[in-house]
Write a protein that binds this ligand. Structure first.
Ligand SMILES: Nc1nc(=O)c(N)c(NC[C@H](O)[C@H](O)[C@H](O)COP(=O)(O)O)[nH]1
Ligand SMILES: [Zn+2]
Length: 165
């Protein structure tokens, strides 16, 4: 059965496939959607924007550029009912030390009301991802969209050296 969330998650997974494989991150795709109109506001994938960027980060960079504002001012741009779809849940810590996407989402206040994630982040790089709790404590709903875990992780880890090799 194809429900709206699975359809968006599939679109996000198609974007993740555009991400250049790398052993030190995940290939992720993300969409910002106005859930009241079902209009896709922007999309992004890991490393789409210049620098070591995450899929969610690329969404924010692209939308800020489109509206000619700083990323920090996006809250004023995002329509009521904006939701984020991301194939892997937003990061809470990055080995690179760059600003985690949970912090980027929190800095938008409640502009993003729900985060839909295809999988929880594996513990490979930063241990258990505690970002979901941070988002929920800030009043942002986090929903796991189930059913695509295997293919999401296969795409996400395509650049990784096989275990034990
Ligand atoms: N949600 C999410 N979207 C992404 O686009 C991406 N690449 C990750 N990946 C999480 C992983 O924890 C970090 O990729 C590593 O911690 C390395 O950190 P950098 O990516 O180099 O900053 N997670
Ligand atoms: Zn991130």
């Amino acid at each position: 059965s194809s429900n709206k969330h699975v359809d968006y998650m599939r679109q996000a997974l198609d974007l993740a496939r555009k991400s250049p494989p790398k052993p030190t991150n995940y290939r992720v795709g993300a969409l910002l959607v106005d859930s009241k109109t079902d209009n896709i506001l922007t999309s992004g994938y890991t490393l789409e924007c210049e620098g070591n960027t995450h899929a969610e980060q690329s969404c924010f960079i692209k939308l800020a550029r489109e509206h000619n504002v700083q990323e920090e001012e996006l809250a004023g741009i995002l329509p009521e009912g904006t939701v984020l779809y991301t194939t892997v849940e937003p990061c809470f810590k990055r080995l690179s030390g760059n600003l985690p996407c949970v912090q980027r989402i929190l800095s938008l206040g409640k502009a993003i009301k729900t985060v839909y994630a295809g999988v929880k982040e594996p513990e490979k790089f930063v241990g258990e991802n505690t970002g979901r709790k941070q988002l929920e404590d800030a009043g942002i709903e986090v929903v796991l969209v189930e059913g695509m875990e295997k293919e999401i992780l296969k795409v996400a880890t395509a650049g990784h050296v096989p275990e034990g090799s």
